[in-house]
Design a protein around this ligand. Structure first.
Ligand code: NAD
Ligand code: LMR
Length: 338
């Protein structure tokens, strides 16, 4: 850590020991890309999470300021900042959960795949650090294109002999959050009472909401189905266009990332019945990675649920999703293998 952060660190250490003596539950969480549009609100929300005892904020810029700011919040987690690649190892050592929102976001007219050239290298470097310093940590990967960055991370971990597929999760929670919101609007319900499974991947047609499996049980007209599917698939683009060059979803993403990270921490604590959608190593289809409902436990992904009965509209959507996903997965794998 930088000098001023080290000073802060000594009083932090006392607080950390106090917590340990008190036996309060607490996990160590690192955010990589913590000074960014997602990273900052994500760091703030994780500082408010009672399951977090230590929060490490890593970025290649601006972490001293973000850390100083967030460390004044009177919540339990001890916050430490880490700046630049020479501090990546210290940021990662001892972590239980690593959340990665590092990398460039889209501008209008771009696809998520247009981010591949820059973000693939960033994810590779960060995952090399994870395999050296905290190979047993759960990884929540947010950096786009998720359909390719998750296979990249898996290949990096394989090369380092640290790959445990149960610990690597591509974050597709924002698709679920959007689906719950848009479906609730159509049904006239509170979004907190709605649960929409979203499977496939995290880009365009690979985002496949299963509207036939919405809870509470309901039905949609063909027009509603087409409107909702398209709005959920294009939710990211809707935000990119509204921000008009100033980036992509950050606040709703930070909310979704915290919802997902909190589920992972509850599972790590041993809570039963923690189920969320995520893009993971999977045998649900013939593809090596696929997003679907998974049950989380102390070991990460402990069970992957089958897709369940699909209607004709969803079956057609699934074929389209798989076609695009296959190429994106292969692109990520070859980036490391070649
Ligand atoms: P941003 O540009 O505001 O922030 C990115 C941060 O990453 C910056 O602070 C930057 O300094 C940092 N960074 C760059 N290289 C780094 C490195 N090598 N190590 C550590 N940090 C590094 O972007 P944002 O809006 O926060 O978006 C970040 C990523 O998240 C983008 O790729 C975006 O497409 C993706 N995203 C994913 C989802 C999803 O649902 N999975 C949703 C929204 C955004
Ligand atoms: C999103 O879904 O909002 C993110 O993947 C960011 C983007 O580029 O759309």
């Amino acid at each position: 850590p930088t000098d001023n952060l080290q000073m802060e660190g000594s009083s932090n250490l006392k607080r950390e020991n106090c917590r340990a003596k008190g036996g309060s539950p607490g996990f160590k969480v690192a955010i990589l890309g913590a000074a960014g549009g997602i990273g900052q609100p994500l760091a703030m929300l994780m500082k408010m999470n009672p399951l977090v005892s230590v929060l490490h904020l890593y970025d290649v810029v601006n972490t001293p300021g973000v850390t100083a700011d967030i460390s004044h919040m009177d919540t339990g987690a001890v916050v430490r900042g880490f700046l630049g690649q020479q501090q990546l190892g210290d940021a990662l050592t001892g972590m239980d959960l690593v959340i990665i929102p590092a990398g460039v976001p889209r501008k209008p007219g771009m696809t998520r795949d247009d981010l591949f050239n820059i973000n693939a290298g960033i994810v590779r470097t960060l995952c090399e650090g994870i395999s050296k310093c905290c190979p047993k940590a759960i990884v929540n990967l947010i950096s786009n294109p998720v359909n390719s960055t998750v296979p990249i991370a898996a290949e990096v971990f394989k090369n380092a002999n640290t790959y445990d597929p149960r610990l690597l999760l591509g974050v597709t929670m924002l698709d679920v959050v959007r689906a719950n919101t848009f479906v609730a609007e159509v049904l006239g319900l509170d979004p907190r009472d709605v649960d929409v499974p979203v499977v496939g991947g995290h880009a365009g047609v690979t985002i496949l909401p299963l509207l036939s499996q919405v809870k509470p049980p309901c039905s949609f007209t063909q027009e509603e189905t087409e409107y909702l599917t398209s709005r959920i698939q294009n939710g990211g683009t809707e935000v990119v266009e509204a921000k008009a060059g100033a980036g992509s979803a950050t606040l709703s993403m930070a909310y979704a990332a915290v919802k997902f990270a909190d589920a992972c921490l509850h599972a790590l604590r041993g809570d039963a019945g923690v189920v969320q959608c995520a893009f993971v190593s999977s045998q649900v289809t013939e593809l090596p990675f696929f997003a679907s409902r998974v049950r989380l436990g102390r070991n990460g992904v402990e069970e992957i649920y089958p897709l369940g009965p699909l209607n004709e509209y969803e079956r057609v959507g699934l074929e389209k999703a798989k076609k695009e996903l296959a190429g994106s997965i292969e692109k990520g794998v070859s980036f490391i293998r070649k």
